[in-house]
Design a protein. Structure first.
Length: 343
């Protein structure tokens, strides 16, 4: 029997032809294995995205094997926040009979895009992404693939598929109103540099909405959270005169407290300190932080349950924003004790 000629006008052959490389080179680039330079790999991936090509030869062979696989993408595994979300999420997914594969993005949209492309070639049962800010090509890629997708830790009324997370603008506004009611008038923020963490930027917008204008902000190079908080606090105190400082998380807030102590500042008498996430650190501090409690494990469980329902064809809410709660501590003035004007 004569062999049917290959269609070289579509799929991997079209990508190879336009890139001017062999089909094997395209395959290696798409799988992320060695032997292809980073420049050539990026060029091949761009062509593949433009031609809407997702490799599926391996997926056809393994379709039954990966029917129970859920891909999960998180920024990193060293952050207590993502660990708590994962704890609630993975247990729920595994009890339903599914397996998970996890990768980290280090907040790099290109890294996330390449990972999603590789996972899609396995034809997974579902995908879970952290946040709602992705590479521009990611949304159409996942929607075209028709894979149930959960976005978590952030909130969008128009997710890729479904979303369970926090409205970080609203969270920033909630804690801002609480602190403003204590009489603070010169707020500042310490966290990631502008544009590097969308959740930080969103919380600052919430603070600014309540105070009615821009607030002082210090961003530190991404490294140890305690050091980031300390360095950001030093920068703020050198350039501004805040009476309360909001930090991206509790670890950074603790770093800021150490600098306040070095400078001889009384907390909360001279300056207020506010954290975020109500991490376990707060249970052992001699002076508990004023912070914001976030329902991280609940988010993981609810997100996983909603995704499982979506995978089984059960319609539900596309987007769910979970509430946060301000947790008063000893690093801001007591409620009912506002500083008098001129004092």
């Amino acid at each position: 029997m004569a062999r049917r000629p290959r269609d070289t006008t579509s799929g991997i052959y079209a990508v190879a032809a336009e890139a001017g490389v062999s089909v094997m080179t395209v395959s290696r680039a798409m799988r992320g294995v060695e032997g292809v330079s980073s420049v050539r790999r990026d060029a091949i991936l761009q062509i593949a995205r433009r031609l809407n090509y997702v490799p599926n030869s391996a997926a056809r062979a393994l379709s039954q094997t990966n029917a129970d696989l859920v891909g999960i993408s998180v920024p990193n595994l060293l952050n207590d926040v993502f660990a708590d979300v994962l704890q609630g999420m993975r247990g729920t997914i595994q009890r339903a009979g599914y397996s998970t594969v996890i990768d980290t993005t280090e907040y790099d949209a290109e890294v996330e895009l390449r990972w999603v492309s590789r996972i899609l070639s396995w034809r997974p049962a579902a995908m879970i992404l952290t946040g709602i800010d992705h590479h521009p090509d990611l949304r159409p890629m996942l929607r075209d693939a028709g894979i149930p997708t959960l976005e978590t830790w952030d909130f969008s009324s128009d997710p890729i598929d479904i979303c369970v997370g926090l409205d970080h603008v609203a969270a920033g506004a909630d804690v801002a109103r609480y602190v403003q009611d204590l009489g603070y008038v010169r707020p500042a923020f310490v966290g990631a540099r502008v544009g590097t963490d969308p959740r930080a930027d969103a919380r600052v917008r919430g603070l600014e909405q309540v105070w009615g204008g821009p607030i002082a902000r210090a961003g530190a190079a991404p490294e140890n959270a305690f050091r980031m908080g300390a360095d950001g606090m030093r920068t703020l105190m050198a350039d501004h005169a805040p009476d309360v400082v909001f930090f991206l998380n509790d670890l950074m807030a603790f770093g800021g407290m150490t600098v306040a102590a070095e400078m001889g500042l009384d907390v909360p008498g001279d300056i207020g300190i506010v954290g975020f996430n109500a991490l376990g650190l707060n249970t052992v501090l001699p002076v508990p932080l004023t912070t914001v409690s976030t329902p991280r494990r609940q988010m993981g469980v609810m997100g996983a349950r909603n995704l499982l329902a979506r995978m089984h064809g059960v319609a539900g809410a596309r987007a769910v924003a979970l509430p946060v709660k301000v947790q008063p501590g000893g690093t801001t003035r007591p409620q009912g004790r506002r500083l008098q004007a001129g004092a």
